[in-house]
Design a protein around this ligand. Structure first.
Ligand code: IMP
Ligand code: MG
Length: 175
């Protein structure tokens, strides 16, 4: 697998879309304070840009990657036993916005949301930069989506292939 020469979304296209989603989120939660929770590692770039486009009082935290794939096999997702949140991150009674890099089969986000609900947030919404709607295995609809993408392995802007390419400022593929 190597990096494609094709650019899926340029840095400028991403910046424009992130600004739009930031505005949507600002309007959705108008007058409220939110807790923004980024899923490590993939969401770290998106989260940094997105939070700066949201005009609301907020706290920001991270949750350690809950799922990892044993191989490229899409079915072998291994979940850690309990979620690890940033110290002193508040969920109970808060309007929680979960931020993820990509929604693929939906297994990861469905699991995360189920776990987060146990901590008693006042509300829970999900924002994902990318969505591969054709690969869904569990019923899951995000509240905010950056771009729908085809069924290829996307890298860049936080997303990796075997740990690499997270630092690319644009979105591309490996092939
Ligand atoms: P799901 O549980 O199948 O929805 O998988 C979601 C997780 O798989 C994401 O959080 C990513 O870490 C990873 N993933 C799925 N597709 C891609 C991709 O195209 N590039 C990079 N990571 C991906
Ligand atoms: Mg991820």
């Amino acid at each position: 697998m190597k990096l494609s020469r094709e650019i899926l979304r340029s840095e400028a296209e991403i910046a424009e879309r992130v600004q739009q989603i930031g505005r949507e989120i600002t309007e959705t939660y108008a007058g409220q304070e939110i807790s923004v929770l980024g899923v490590l590692k993939g969401a770290f770039v998106f989260l940094a840009d997105l939070t700066r486009q949201i005009r609301l009082p907020m706290e920001v935290g991270f949750v350690e990657s809950v799922a990892s794939r044993r191989s490229d096999s899409l079915t072998e997702i291994v979940f850690s036993t309990s979620l690890r949140f940033s110290a002193s991150f508040r969920i109970e009674g808060m309007h929680l916005l979960l931020v993820e890099d990509i929604l693929d089969t939906g297994v990861t986000l469905a699991y995360l949301c189920e776990q987060i609900q146990l901590y008693g947030p006042r509300s829970l919404r999900v924002c994902t930069l990318l969505d591969k709607p054709h690969r869904r295995k569990v019923d899951f609809s995000p509240d905010f989506v950056g771009f729908k993408v085809p069924d290829r392995h996307v890298v860049g802007y936080g997303l990796d292939y075997q740990g690499k390419y997270r630092n690319l400022p644009f979105l591309s593929y490996v092939e």
